[in-house]
Design a protein around this ligand. Structure first.
Ligand SMILES: *Cc1c(COP(=O)(O)O)cnc(C)c1O
Length: 387
């Protein structure tokens, strides 16, 4: 049995290590196969372009899309910006309303705020106690002015999975485009963009054991064909929708990461469910309460709250052994409470009593037992101090 190396990494929502199989696949594209995929006058460019084409096809197939529907970007943040700004700008002469939700990632919320500043109208839908948007409320928010609905597939703090099929159906019945930020969902749960009526979808490589700095936007090519204005101008790569020399090694790694994730998803999710279920059970002995949806959730995810105990105190006191986080990576530096947990109806104090555990492919049964023991021990001793 391999020796455990500390701290044990349990923050896979913020990022994951590159799988060694992905790294091996990428390696030659840094050195001997370094060509520019747009320089087709010689074999260097040709080999790079073949690798990009193959990767694009594999990525597309894995989500039920075709290869001309994939635009490579620098990650889900850029894909979110491109989807929202691109579609809203393209339609500005006819309609100017965007619908999203209060629990989105900052990449969506900050982009929506920017759109408001430059004259667009945005509705931020509330969510229920589990983090899901009410379909009836969504329907009544749609007006003749609505262009786009953007609701995330799976939440990066609480792991709640949205009713994507239902939202997509509502969007299409009302002739509104549907975008989803699926950075936490692709590679973790099966996705077919056509069956789910998704028109645009953001996803990223580094959340699924691929390299950082590469992602994609799926853009539906037919019924309806989605058109958007670019946000990056230049050499006209990606059919003018995202200029810039393609990052060939990362694209190759991204495709390999998705391939592995799809092959191993089922077995991994069985393992993750056993781990997170047993954590929930054990933590409940210390009055730990799960935040988010009890069943419609990412299986590797657990957001748990110990009322009356500061999450920072837990995180700091276990930090030698466990790398866990208080919430989203983007908000951990701030003292502000999590906007996601507040939207569930938690008090500010409760949001500061919540920790997020994200299991990974590389964790072991033994490590998860250590997580349970360490956190329970810590909560017990902190509870004594607080009384
Ligand atoms: C990580 C994440 C992002 C940002 O993705 P990057 O590729 O790091 O830009 C956006 N949305 C969600 C839901 C995420 O989890």
């Amino acid at each position: 049995m391999p020796e455990i190396s500390y701290p044990i990494y349990l923050d896979s929502h913020s990022t994951t290590p590159v799988d060694p199989r992905v790294f091996e696949e990428m390696r030659p594209y840094f050195t001997e196969k370094f060509g520019n995929a747009s320089s087709l006058d010689h074999s260097f460019g040709y080999h790079a372009s073949v690798a990009v084409q193959q990767s694009r096809e594999n990525i597309a197939k894995s989500i039920g899309a075709s290869m001309d529907e994939i635009v490579f970007t620098s990650g889900a943040t850029e894909s979110d910006n491109l989807a929202l700004i691109g579609v809203m700008k393209r339609n500005k002469d006819k309609r100017k309303h965007l619908i999203t939700s209060q629990t989105e990632h900052k990449a969506i919320l900050d982009t929506a705020r920017h759109l408001e500043e430059i004259g667009y109208k945005v509705t931020y839908l509330p969510v229920d106690e589990f983090g899901q948007v009410n379909p009836e409320e969504l329907k009544s928010a749609i007006t003749n002015d609505t262009v786009l609905i953007s609701i995330m597939f799976a939440n990066n703090e609480i792991g709640t999975i949205a009713n994507v099929a239902e939202i997509g159906k509502i969007a299409h019945e009302n002739n509104v485009y549907f975008h989803t930020d699926a950075a936490q969902a692709v590679g973790h749960i099966p996705i077919d963009v056509k069956k789910l009526n998704i028109d645009l979808m953001s996803f990223s490589s580094h959340k699924i054991y691929g390299p950082k700095g590469i992602g994609a936007l799926y853009l539906r090519g037919i019924s309806p064909r989605v058109k958007l204005d670019p946000i990056v101008y230049g050499g006209g790569q990606e059919k003018g929708m995202r200029s810039g020399t393609l990052n060939v090694p990362e694209i190759v790694g991204f495709a390999k990461a998705i391939e592995i994730a799809n092959n191993e998803m089922e077995t991994e999710n069985v393992k993750f469910k056993i781990w997170t279920d047993s954590m929930i059970k054990e933590f409940s002995k210390n009055d730990g309460k799960q935040n988010g949806h009890p069943t419609n959730r990412l299986m590797h995810n657990l957001n748990v709250r110990f009322d009356g105990i500061e999450s920072k105190a837990i995180i700091n006191s276990v930090s030698k052994k466990l790398a866990i986080s208080a919430g989203s990576a983007c908000t951990t530096q701030a003292v502000e409470p999590s906007h996601v947990l507040l939207a569930l109806g938690l008090t500010e104090e409760q949001t500061h009593s919540s920790i997020r555990i994200g299991c990974s492919r590389f964790n072991t049964d033994e490590e998860i037992q250590i997580v349970i023991d360490e956190i329970r021990k810590c909560v017990e001793s902190l509870a004594k101090i607080q009384i």
